[in-house]
Design a protein around this ligand. Structure first.
Ligand code: UTP
Length: 293
């Protein structure tokens, strides 16, 4: 089986729900505890064996390229002051030469269009899509779980998770076929419905933020057919490919924070601070004091 080596990270969306915080800072460079959201997501990709990250960007997002590059002056300054722990932390997020590409989407025409922009860099091999707004705290990481599922069953793998009770109609929901592994948490997929009317949902599992896709998806995306909201939707292209190749839904083990939403970003910050061995106890005490006021 061809290994999954490349990941597409679409970051060109408008970030409407989180404005004005993302007016001058790219949304995915907003912080979650000790580093930008995007650095957490790239770390998850590296831990899963991803060798090349393809960022789909828009205007004003040059800082993303700088973040994953060397920062010579900062590193020199930290080294000369002997701040070695901070230096190591800074360096740990750098990507190596040739490990990142940046593709301009030009216009935010939808997630499907953003993924299509990566077609030449991906070529003819299976690849990952990581939605960087979705911070998925898991051990092993959500993408590693998806790649393990892909190694086991091949085809396409879509990571899913249960919608909050009574809210399935707000999400892209999957229809499941038979269970094929992971103790019933990996199943064949028979369909997908975007925001099904209440009572008609085929399951309570929604498409979360990680996918393993076969390169045939680019054929379906190249038609540029607008779907819901006038945007070129990835789910529409996946529905077309479902006719010709297998799709699997993996219910992953972990907790997702939607950092494209103000409350989700706040929850992620608190959760990541609480689980940090150095500052977790202080954070808990600070929260208790705040709540007691
Ligand atoms: P979202 O719809 O969740 O992100 O897209 P958004 O558009 O930035 O947020 P809102 O809805 O306006 O608040 C999911 C992911 O796809 C990317 C976004 O950056 C996000 O990571 N995306 C979306 C693109 O890269 N290009 C697009 O045209 C649309």
């Amino acid at each position: 089986m061809t290994p999954v080596r490349k990941a597409v990270l679409p970051v060109a969306g408008m970030g409407t729900r989180i404005q004005p915080a993302a007016k001058t800072t790219p949304k995915n460079l907003l912080n979650v505890y000790d580093r930008p959201i995007l650095a957490h997501v790239v770390a998850e990709g590296r831990a899963a064996g991803i060798e090349h990250f393809v960022f789909i960007t828009g205007r004003g997002q040059g800082a993303i390229e700088d973040y994953f590059d060397r920062a010579f002056e900062l590193e020199y300054s930290l080294e000369s002051k002997g701040r070695m722990a901070i230096l190591e932390d800074v360096k740990s997020d750098q990507l190596g030469p040739g490990q990142m590409s940046f593709v301009r989407q030009m216009e935010p025409l939808g997630l499907g269009h953003a993924v299509w922009c990566a077609r030449d860099i991906i070529g003819d091999e299976p690849f990952a899509v990581m939605l960087p707004d979705m911070l998925m705290a898991a051990e092993p990481g959500a993408l590693a779980q998806a790649i393990a599922a892909h190694d086991a069953v091949g085809g396409n793998v879509v990571v899913v998770e249960p919608a909050p009770p009574g809210e399935a109609h707000k999400y892209g929901i999957v229809a499941l076929g038979k269970a094929v592994g992971r103790g019933g948490r990996l199943s064949t997929m028979t369909g997908m419905v975007e925001k099904p009317p209440p009572g008609t949902e085929p399951s309570n599992l929604f498409i979360s933020g990680r996918y393993i896709l076969q390169p045939g998806i680019f054929d379906a995306l190249s038609a540029h057919t607008p779907g819901a909201g006038g945007e070129i939707q990835l789910t529409d292209a996946m529905l077309q490919r479902l006719e010709v190749e297998p799709f699997h839904a993996l219910e992953y083990d972990g907790v997702t924070y939607d950092c494209g939403d103000k409350l989700g970003l706040l929850r992620a910050n608190v959760a990541y601070a609480l689980k940090d061995p150095e500052c977790g106890a202080d954070c808990r005490a600070a929260l208790k004091a705040l709540l007691a006021r």
